[in-house]
Design a protein around this ligand. Structure first.
Ligand code: FES
Length: 158
């Protein structure tokens, strides 16, 4: 498995900051996912070996965190929160609107590979509910019209 020089630089820095190799598993998984697009069998095997863990232990960690994925996502991964604060302020309706607008359901990818959709738990933007996250960008105080505008902007970026 070959990662980029940038990944290797980050990895080397992290190794020096933590007392055990297993402590850097989650950030390593995130960096690898950003680079490869998802956590393939090859990535899992490589990071298990580097962090002195079994592949099963790595898979268990991946299954715990909703932001980690073992299948490719769309270029723009739309994560809509339907947890309590967002639920009260229309989060489920926003999620339903996204499903209709994109024509896909939970953890599915549009045919053109542009968008994927996920219903997620709290993303830490409760004060500005309802909220969603697209890759690393937060979008808050959502309305159906606002969602349409946001999705159109991502689509225009290509
Ligand atoms: S409940 Fe939706 S961001 Fe916290």
């Amino acid at each position: 498995m070959h990662f980029s020089d940038e990944f290797e630089k980050r990895y080397a820095e992290m190794v020096g900051h933590y007392p055990t190799k297993r402590s850097i598993l989650v950030p390593s998984l995130l960096y690898a996912q950003d680079e490869v697009g998802y956590l393939s069998d090859e990535v899992i095997a490589e990071l298990a070996q580097r962090c002195e863990l079994t592949q099963l232990e790595v898979r268990n960690v991946i299954s715990y965190y909703s932001m980690l994925r073992m299948k490719p996502a769309g270029k723009y991964n739309v994560q809509v929160c339907t947890n309590i604060s967002c639920l009260i302020r229309g989060g489920e309706e926003i999620y339903d609107h996204c499903k209709k607008k994109l024509g896909i359901g939970h953890k599915q990818v549009t045919k053109d590979g542009m968008f994927s959709l996920e219903e997620v738990e709290c993303i830490g933007a409760c004060s500005w509910a309802p909220a969603m996250q697209v890759n690393y960008d937060f979008h808050e105080n959502l309305t159906d019209e606002g969602v349409d505008k946001i999705l159109a902007e991502y689509k225009a970026k290509g």
